[in-house]
Write a protein that binds this ligand. Structure first.
Ligand code: AMP
Length: 219
């Protein structure tokens, strides 16, 4: 199954994606994570992306689309994939349709996490990520066993550079302007499913499971 997970910053896309990946054995493709890797490796794409990410702006479509085009050529996407954080603009969505149609594929379902704005800000400002493996935590909702240390790999937990209040406010604004219109794009195709993302991670995942079960019943 080829899936998209959508929702504003802080909606919990990454948290759901990690579980979906494990449970359904499909690769989790996060453009945000790919950019963070590129920044760490100081590649040309990384240096360019950093300029935008630090301000809470979107990285230009041309750069982002190429990144995804290449990633979708990898063998591990043959039996499905989960895209997280892409597409974020109508141009990206159209490019994705084009990339997939060239290989006879399409997006099967778009899962949209619906969360109120106050909850988003609380979630993002308390978010911590492992510097080494990228696992995410929250200072109140998902504490590590040992303070500031990753449960998975023992790495140091840090706050993402773009999780500060000013950048987050802009990311949410950019989401409403550029990304939210995509919900209509996918609704018109009849593949959009809205679920409540304001509860606990496990609670939200139960809605995801239901979507996957219903989809299997149809095949
Ligand atoms: P995320 O980890 O999905 O929250 O992404 C972090 C940041 O990476 C975003 O705020 C953007 O600056 C950039 N980014 C991630 N995905 C995209 C995309 N599809 N288009 C443009 N910029 C992106």
């Amino acid at each position: 199954m080829n899936l998209l997970i959508m929702g504003p910053p802080g909606a919990g896309k990454g948290s759901q994606a990690v579980i979906i990946k494990e449970r359904y054995n499909i690769p989790h493709i996060s453009t945000g994570a790919m950019f963070r890797e590129a920044i760490k490796a100081k590649t040309k794409t990384g240096l360019l992306a950093k300029e935008y990410i630090d301000k809470g702006e979107l990285v230009p479509d041309s750069v982002t689309i190429e990144l995804v085009r290449e990633r979708l050529q990898a063998d591990d996407t043959k039996n499905g994939f989960l895209l997280d954080g892409f597409p974020r603009t109508i141009a990206q969505a159209q490019a994705l349709d084009q990339i997939l149609s060239e290989v006879g594929k399409k997006i099967d379902k778009v899962i949209n996490l619906v969360v109120d704005e106050e909850i988003l800000v609380i979630r993002i400002s308390g978010r911590r990520v492992c510097k080494t493996c990228g696992e995410t935590y929250h200072i109140v909702n998902k504490k590590p066993k040992v303070e500031e240390i990753c449960d998975v790999c023992g790495g140091e937990l840090i706050q993402r550079a773009d999780d500060n209040v000013a950048t987050v406010t802009n990311r949410i604004k950019v989401y409403y302007e550029k990304t939210r219109p995509l919900l209509n794009y996918y609704d018109d195709k009849g593949i959009l499913i809205n679920i409540d993302g304001s509860g606990e991670i496990e609670e939200t995942f139960r809605y995801v499971e239901k979507i996957m079960e219903d989809a299997n019943d149809l095949t």
